[in-house]
Design a binder for this molecule. Structure first.
Ligand code: ZN
Length: 243
């Protein structure tokens, strides 16, 4: 195995590791998105419930108001019975009329408030249904994400183990160091030099000397002789060319 073959082997594993790492970063983000969507649906349900409570409370308050006014009328009528003069009696009649008028308004408001109840209830039921359905979907989605996370972590651990072996095959530390330095900045690191002398990484045409070096490298590799690092003059990627 030539050093370039050993490096492209290592690069293949590193490519898989990179993809797995990207997925590992992306999975929690997708989960968070789904959870955020659910919390929106949950907020709708909470708002519908608060609205229903408010509507019920309003009916109850108006009922209490009406009862208080009825009590007041009864009290006024009782006092009126004991009055001595016509003038006092008439004054009370006016007061009773006024309270009765308030009572009528309050009872009308109460009826109107009761009309709001069914639609408030329907809104809660509707929001509850939407929440239940969204919750079911999100729970399933999150379970699938967790499952995938576990699988990706396992694959990653496997690939890391494989990497350790592949690194051992790169017998020249100079090549390995060059590869390791470049792989966080340029990907892929080891790329072919085309027969037209173009770097397959950045597509810059290389000077003829680079092509000559790459070809000499290939010959040396075939003969089991040491190879040198041939780098792109633009991006620095390691170049190789088959004879
Ligand atoms: Zn290049």
């Amino acid at each position: 195995m030539t050093i370039i073959e050993a490096l492209t082997d290592l690069q293949e594993v590193d490519g898989r590791i990179r993809e797995l790492e990207v997925e590992l970063k992306d999975l929690p983000r997708r989960k968070a998105q789904e959870m955020a969507r659910l919390s929106g649906v949950s907020a709708d349900l909470a708002a519908a419930k608060a609205n229903e409570e408010y509507a019920a409370g309003r009916v109850k308050n108006l009922e209490n108001d009406a009862q208080a006014l009825k009590n007041k009328v009864a009290e006024l009528k009782k006092t009126q019975m004991g009055l001595k003069t016509n003038k006092e009696y008439q004054d009370f009649s006016i007061q009773i009329d006024m309270v009765n008028h308030d009572l009528e308004t309050t009872e009308n408001n109460q009826l109107a408030a009761m009309d709001e109840i069914p639609s408030a209830k329907a809104r809660v039921e509707d929001a509850q249904k939407k929440y239940d359905s969204a919750k079911g979907g999100v729970d399933q989605f999150c379970a699938e994400i967790d499952e995938r996370m576990a699988a990706v972590n396992a694959e990653l651990a496997e690939a890391q183990k494989e990497r350790v072996e592949k690194v051992k095959n790169v017998c020249d530390p100079k090549f390995l160091l060059y590869y390791e330095r470049l792989r966080t900045k340029r990907w892929p690191v080891v790329v072919p030099l085309t027969h037209d002398g173009v770097c397959d990484g950045c597509h810059l045409v290389q000077p003829p000397s680079v092509g000559q070096l790459a070809d000499a490298n290939a010959r040396n590799g075939e003969q089991g002789k040491p190879q040198s690092i041939v780098a792109c003059t633009m991006c620095g990627r390691m170049l190789y060319r088959a004879l």
